[in-house]
Design a protein around this ligand. Sequence first.
Ligand code: KIV
Ligand code: ZN
Length: 414
Amino acid sequence: MEALKRIAPRSFLSVFKDYLSNIYIIIVMSKQVFIFDTTLRDGEQVPGCQLNTAEKIQVAKALEELGVDIIEAGFPISSPGDFQSVVEISKAVSRPVVCALSRAKEEDIDAAGQALKYAKRKRIHTGIGSSDIHIQHKLKTTREKVLEMSAAAVKHARKYVDDVEFYAEDAGRADLEFLARMVETVIAAGATVVNVPDTTGYTLPWQFGERIRYIMNNVPNVDKAMISVHCHNDLGLATANSIAGLHNGARQVEVTINGIGERAGNTSLEEVAMIIKSHPSLEMFTNINTERIYAVSRLVERLMNMPVQPNKAIVGKNAFAHSSGIHQDGFLKHRENYEIIDPKDVGVPSSEIILTARSGRHALRHRLERLGYMFGKDELDEIYKRFLLMADERKQIEDQDLLELIGVKEAANA
Ligand code: KIV
Ligand code: ZN
């Protein structure tokens, strides 16, 4: 009787109530994740990726259309060209906040403040090393001195802008109690956002998540600022670490298009945006217009001369290509058998069936039908045998090869 109760169908009203409460949870509980794009700063500093001002404006406008919330436009003190690019980007975009990077030095902050003069919404991003490795071997100073310099930098930046982000460089390897003191100090000095970067890409996702949780629970004034995560990909964990940070209380994530950036790169925008969109249980949303992702990815690939690896998640050439017979058969029966994202959601026109010697009859028939040729079972079996021989030899079979295989002369000679 107990078992019967458990499997008894639920009334329409009870299913409908659950449905409404799920929608309520998604709308009321969902938190906005702010997307801070640093393609034009952390991405652009990669050897060979340098852009001129006109190209940077093109990328900045594409990022604005994509829906990013903050554009890190450059590091103005680094060169006259970078300074000018921040000036021009500030004039060219209006919705996103334009951000300029500086070290915790007055002359850097002055350059950032001046370069942002025309920005409608502006932010200075200043900071200093927080790990003992950086404090001893790079800055050659003490923890106390670093805290003083941090507070002074934030206060100086506040003379130019109301929105100041502070980065605690190498926070992934910093002593956690000291890191918490640093976060408290800069918030007290006027920082509106505190960036906790895993500069060397060292942490594991649960360790990075715990770092963020520790800050959320142990910094008394943490509610006066937003916590941001900025992860590098040295161990291939940038995206996982960023999601762990968001899951533990960070509200801003720093990303680049195609994951480009220093060394092995930064967290990729497209991965974070699609993880958040694909997993409602995270109870987060972004402003990203995901249908623009593929176009912006291609623009950055072309302008920065930095090819996207074919197996890159979301935007790689093979991200929606199916090549084994088992997968092709399942995909052709029902797309969701082998795809968790509809390619159209990220602006990719369609999935692809790649014909190789690993493909089956179902995929071959599908491609032949797309070319306008239908065959009965016996005829298809015969063509399939010849197809396998050709595929072993040519590796990948294109439409042209298929026409040759079935003896369509004009196309074969074309
Ligand atoms: O990786 C890093 O720590 C940085 C900072 C300048 C934010 O890029
Ligand atoms: Zn970085």
